[in-house]
Design a protein around this ligand. Sequence first.
Ligand SMILES: Nc1ncnc2c1ncn2[C@@H]1O[C@H](COP(=O)(O)OP(=O)(O)OP(=O)(O)O)[C@@H](O)[C@H]1O
Length: 604
Amino acid sequence: MTDDSATPGLFDALEAPIEASSVSTQKKTTKRGTKAAEPKAAAPKAAAAPAPRKRRSAEDMAATQREISVSEFFTKNRHLLGFDSPLKALLTTVKEAVDNSMDACEEAGILPEISVEISAAEEENRFRVCVEDNGPGIVREQVGKIFGKLLYGSKFHKLSQTRGQQGIGIAAAGMYGQLTTGKSVRVVSRPGKRAKATEFLLSIDTAKNKPEIHHEATVEWEHGHGTRVEIEMEAKYQKGLRSVDMYLKQTAIANPHLTLHFTDPGGEQVTYERNTKEMPPETVEIKPHPHGVELGRLIAMLKSTQSRSLSAFLQDEFSRVGAKVAKDIVTKAAAAKTGQTLTVKSYPSRIAREEATALHKAINETKISNPSTDCIAPIGEDLVLAGLKKEIEADFYAASTRPPAVYRGNPFQIEVGIAYGKPGGVGLEVTDEGRIRKKATSRDVVEDLVAGADEPIRVLRFANRVPLLHQQSACAVTKGVILTNWKSYGLTQPRGALPIGPMAVLIHIASVWVPFTSESKEAIASYPEILKEIRLALQDCGRKLGTYIRKGKRLKREFDKRNYIEKYIPHIGIALQEILDLTNVERDGTVETLEDVLHKSRKF
Ligand SMILES: Nc1ncnc2c1ncn2[C@@H]1O[C@H](COP(=O)(O)OP(=O)(O)OP(=O)(O)O)[C@@H](O)[C@H]1O
């Protein structure tokens, strides 16, 4: 195919009068003794000289420079928060609301019961998302700020294991709804039996990042306490691996103490009943570990602390620092040329930048015990297994919870569960009578969560019990699975890829601060310490899986051999009858006897 658009330009150039610059080129060529220049394709006509650029003074520029509110920023960059398509926006909204409900219930010590309802709105491509919980509710004064102001929350400034971290989530969902439909968010909240439920209609003033409450009234509400959020938005509802349905199902797996009701836009209802009444253990909030603090943060902390001496500052603001460790740090820092004037009594806010640098270096050179780990609550091997068994029918399950570890001063813990073998697949079992038979299955539906025998395994990623459905390939969890050698556990694995087989692997990272790669909290950063722990947990489960697969292969070989021999038993029977010249009565039992001998033999 030719590019016609190029042609006129070329002819124009050939017909154009020779410009000064091309004449000089000809002269040069002749000088060097080469053939006299034939008329060459001349350069296109020189464009008219561009108008001189208008110069702008610093004052002119200053007139256009102004503050950007965080809401304006995220309105333009909503993809950063997980609102980059109508499909994903729906999932992100449900996720933010359900995660908040779970956090609130757990913080209040209430067994969570949550209802999610998605219904089609009047206008096309619009849905209404309603999430209701039996949590502690929200006091009246806070409702506006929580739902109508970005970067407002209770979790950002503390180090504790919660689903939410940033204080953006639910307000961003409301803002997305407002942006795409112009409608306000409806909130009903009742902070306890003695209080009345209040209904609010509110939106966010994006230029000021402030809530605007349009309506507030007390209403009757059948629940003793809790919160209901309703957001209408442009969205798309679709089932599949990255759907709301999948997020809710995986949430039920990782949160066995949750009862969850879901009504989809078609009116179909599903309830995930809790299978334990045990709440996850209460976790404690911790102070930052000194080894995780960066220089800039240390300087800011020195400025803002209430402590009146350097020793007190180190002990009050950080975990695992006692008087002795504080003294060691200060002595080391003072020994450095730049930190000469430092003593344990130095006044923190008067410490100069060079001294702070020496202090930071000394902190990292001092041996300090790892942070305490009572701030982390893993799901636990038993409940990982129970969760998998409840929602995924498979032939084999295994789980492994690693001891806590630390990245950048933040404690974390990894746990892994696997479900292997699709019901109705190759699963075989030995009956009480010693017969090998195909395993029976109670479900005829092919389970989405276990991959097909010739597909890459399904990786179910969780961070603080929240399923992560997007950005799988950018996530440390996926990297950990790929870096594990699954061939030694009986699975095939293409180079640099996920293993192949009928398996789902659940990987959970519990941490006081999950290192997400972006604000949309979809993938976990690949810190070497995290990758190492993921691989160790996978290897532990892999070893158990390997034993099972080897046993399964042996059973399969036995099963095939038996089938083969069974095929010939009638012929052997006839031959035996003839050789032994048996009577008719004796003849009748020959085949049964041979079959019996075969099945009782454990060798075949
Ligand atoms: N259903 C609820 N019940 C009680 N409190 C809630 C509820 N939803 C939100 N909150 C409170 O509102 C705060 C802000 O919630 P938001 O979703 O904006 O941020 P977050 O959960 O703190 O962090 P992230 O942005 O990572 O989700 C929470 O920290 C919590 O204190």
